[in-house]
Design a protein around this ligand. Sequence first.
Ligand code: UDP
Length: 238
Amino acid sequence: MGEPHYKRVLLKLSGEALGGEQGYGIDPNTITAIAREVKQVVELGVELSLVIGGGNIFRGLAASSKGMDRASADYMGMLATMINSLAMQDALEKVGVDTRVQSAIAMAEVAEPYIRRRAVRHLEKGRVVIFGAGTGNPYFTTDTAASLRAMEIGADVILKGTKVDGVYSADPAKDKTATKYGTLSYLEVLRKGLQVMDATAISLCMDNSLPIIVFDVTTDGNVVRVVNGEPIGTLVKE
Ligand code: UDP
């Protein structure tokens, strides 16, 4: 078998991706299925890091719209991403994948602090690194954390795993005329307000020419397909 198309990747999963059918909490079957996919990718020799959102547990913006202080709510959201990160670490280690969680907020008893050089070293040794607690700053999202970390570790691409098979001109669940894009430029995403990642994350990728692939992570084998360079999903680049 040939070399995988991408050597070092960052996989971004929304918190909802761990929630299975219901979309909230952590579904054991769903997280195990994702862990198995990740294992296959690691076995191809790909260096894989992960950023997981927290939306299945807590979202800062939603809580602040109901009256909570935004910064406090965002810190709660970041803690939610740590819960997901630890759950994913457990699932990965159960299937035999060495994993380290690095947190952007100090919590020495449960995770390593985020140290870029150490993260890269783990990857070189074939370990999966999960970056928890987002960027460590309120008013940001885990999409931005994914872009930032991907840049820092020199990832070839951000793989944004979602429940739909790419980026559409409208919501395919609501609009039958919606069409899927094969490729898009960063500017098109920003101008059309397409749901890829938030604008901060997209601009960061644009400034640093980091490609993003949006794909359906709920279909078995798709993560392997993406790292092998199969044209599934939507590619966002210059
Ligand atoms: N968050 C934050 N700073 C960050 C990353 C995340 O404040 O750098 C908070 C924010 O409140 C966000 C929550 O953590 O709503 C969960 O992350 P996100 O909404 O990105 O999760 P996803 O939608 O991917 O599940």
